[in-house]
Design a protein around this ligand. Structure first.
Ligand SMILES: Cc1cc2nc3c(=O)[nH]c(=O)nc-3n(C[C@H](O)[C@H](O)[C@H](O)COP(=O)(O)O)c2cc1C
Length: 434
């Protein structure tokens, strides 16, 4: 669908909104404005960004915990909720208990999830992913990637050196993205998002470090971007022109020899021209965890929002609706880049694990701010081994999914024990920060 095409007289499109920002309205008013994307309207500017729930059934179907979790977020006021990454191939999982879609076998469970997550006039988009080489070795027989490039010494034990994909396999994976999107649409999800960030397969294709191919899928930026653009076309062919399709993409990989800001700007322009409806920006890979603030600058600390300078830069070049995720904690922090026109939506992740109703209070003009806890067992090695910065939040998601309130007081040791009792040693494989 064309990026912004208002169909009524009240033009809430992203571009029109930016044109009309001449006064400085209060934070809640800025964030309360509806956002028009093509012919759909998102009721406000706050999104719940993707967080892997790891609440799937042993056969990788959605469960009642997904239903409860997304109903809670829908009632908590976000305009758009994006699911945690749903895998398109059960041979390639990012985590145990991922949801996988290869066909319509779990349609009823998906329908229940979609129904709960679209309550309260909320949009619910499914994030689609293939992890490529970022598949923990304990989960699969072999891992695949554009090229057989292994990990550095820190991650090499947990993640195997991948096998390079064949041309036929690449085409099969593209087709799988299309199939999963079609099933999501049939189940009642109101859009899909390609996970093109954080070092997973799409991001591996974009990166000159991970992608050393010399065929039409590697080499020049044009060739490296062919995978994501073809995935987009395959999805668009299956869901039709009016169904929202978005992407989460890295501003940069923050990794030597990786995808750069200049390259990201060019790919964003191509994606916008292709008709992408919403482009969410993040950054980093498992080897360089920029997505959770590892490379935060001093200016970022003052302004919230890890990738705002890049957003301001790309806003000069594209009209496509933009969203940014990473670092937002307060109403003022969220409203500032929307008011300035640098972005059209802001995404929240960890704050919504401990305070799922924060958006409603922010939109109500209440002085709401979330603080993330400092998590440590006292030993940096143990914290890292236990993937505490991820598993602690997963435990909060499990609580909400079970109908309990989050527990911001949950201690690091207690969180570790809980993860161990649920997943055994698998909980503590050096995994990721998504
Ligand atoms: C437990 C957890 C799971 C995550 N899973 C995903 C995921 O499936 N897909 C994705 O794009 N990002 C994922 N992320 C990253 C978040 O979407 C977000 O980019 C990051 O947490 C920074 O935003 P924040 O500062 O608001 O938390 C995850 C983060 C956490 C903490």
């Amino acid at each position: 669908m064309p990026a912004t095409q208002p169909t009524d007289t009240a033009d809430h499109s992203a571009a029109a909104d930016r044109r009309s920002d001449t006064v400085s309205p209060p934070d809640a008013d800025v964030l309360k404005r509806p956002l028009r994307l093509g012919n759909i309207t998102i009721k406000n500017r706050i999104a719940k960004s993707a967080m892997s729930e790891i609440l799937g059934s042993p056969s990788h179907a959605p469960t009642p915990e997904h239903v409860q979790l997304y109903r809670t977020w829908a009632e908590g006021g976000v305009g758009l909720a994006i699911t945690g990454n749903v895998m398109i191939d059960r041979r390639a999982l990012g985590e145990p208990r991922n949801v996988v879609i290869e066909d319509d076998r779990d349609l009823e469970a998906l329908r229940a999830w979609a129904k709960a997550g679209t309550a309260n006039d909320t949009h619910l988009w499914m994030q689609l992913n293939h992890p490529g080489k970022q598949t923990p070795a304990f989960l699969v027989k072999e891992t695949v990637s554009p090229s057989a490039v292994g990990f550095g010494p820190e991650l090499a034990k947990a993640f195997a050196t991948p096998r390079a994909l064949t041309e036929t396999e690449i085409e099969d994976l593209i087709d799988r993205f299309g199939t999963a999107a079609a099933v999501a649409k049939e189940a009642g999800f109101t859009g899909v998002q390609i996970h093109g960030a954080h070092g997973y397969l799409v991001s591996q294709f974009l990166s000159p470090h991970h992608n050393r191919r010399d065929d039409r899928w590697g080499g020049s930026l044009e060739n490296r971007a062919r995978f994501v653009l073809t995935v987009y076309s395959a999805i668009r062919d299956r869901v039709g022109p009016d169904f929202p399709v978005g992407i989460k993409i890295n501003s940069a990989d923050f990794q030597k020899g990786g995808f750069t800001e200049d390259e990201s700007l060019q790919v964003i322009q191509w994606l916008a021209d292709a008709g992408m409806d919403l482009i969410e920006v993040s950054g980093g890979t498992y080897e360089a965890q920029a997505m959770v603030g590892a490379y935060q600058k001093e200016s970022t600390r003052r302004r919230e929002g890890y990738f705002l300078e890049f957003m301001e830069r790309i806003r000069q070049h594209v009209e496509v609706p933009l969203m940014v995720t990473g670092g937002f904690r307060s109403a003022a922090g969220m409203a500032a880049p929307v008011r300035d026109g640098a972005v059209d939506m802001v995404g929240l992740a960890r704050t919504l694990c401990i305070d799922p109703t924060l958006p409603a209070r922010v939109l109500d003009g209440q002085p709401a701010k979330a603080e993330l806890p400092r998590l440590t067992t006292g030993s940096k090695t143990l914290d890292r081994y236990a993937a505490l910065d991820v598993t602690w939040y997963e435990n909060q998601l499990a609580r909400i999914g079970a109908g309990k309130p989050p527990n911001p007081e949950l201690g690091a040791w207690r969180s570790m024990v809980t993860s161990f009792s649920k997943q055994g040693c698998q909980a503590f494989q050096l995994r990721r920060a998504k």
